[in-house]
Design a protein around this ligand. Structure first.
Ligand code: 4NP
Length: 167
């Protein structure tokens, strides 16, 4: 990555693209807006499974986002290896299963980073657990994990951009 402008296309990835990855997309954009740097990023999300293609996020994800003042854009889509692995600079799976799937689909190893690996306080395993089959509390817990990780990711990318522009 030679140019700072090339480093800011981010794809958040989970299984269904209706819970965790849309939350990560919405939270990251929200934080970037608050910092006044949203225009520097292209952000999207996708799933490795096809069950919910075309659907809006799960109502529990929408509710937890709304409670934190965050809007969730988009409808579920599946990862498109041919287009996404070229277009995005960072592929950010929510858990190790999605990480394995991305790699099996041919994602470049150096573009794939577990989202929570950016959170310095996160302990292994660095998964954002799947809240889909649990109760509503799971979504608040997952929201907090995603928010901490997205805040750290944003700071890391801004620091990298600054270092590159100062070269
Ligand atoms: P997500 O949650 O991967 O965070 O969007 C899930 C949504 C749906 C299913 C699994 C996980 N599902 O099996 O339908």
């Amino acid at each position: 990555m030679s140019d700072a402008a090339e480093t800011n296309a981010l794809l958040f990835v989970c299984l269904g693209n209706i819970c965790r990855s849309p939350l990560a997309e919405g939270v990251f954009l929200h934080l970037a807006h608050e910092r006044g740097v949203a225009e520097r990023f292209q952000v999207d999300s996708a799933g490795t499974g096809r069950w919910h293609v075309g659907e809006r996020p799960d109502r529990r994800a929408l509710a937890v986002a709304r409670a934190h003042g965050v809007t969730l854009p988009g409808r579920a889509r599946v990862v498109d290896p041919a287009a996404d692995f070229e277009r995005f600079d960072l592929l950010l799976p929510m858990d190790r299963e999605n990480e394995r799937t991305l790699l099996a689909l041919g994602a470049p190893r150096d573009k794939v980073r577990l989202l929570r690996s950016f959170d310095p306080k996160a302990k292994a395993p660095l998964d954002v657990p799947d809240p889909y089959f649990g109760d509503g509390d799971g979504f608040e817990r997952v929201y907090r994990m995603i928010e901490r990780a997205c805040a750290a990711l944003l700071e890391a990318l801004l620091a990298q951009t600054k270092a590159e522009s100062g070269r």
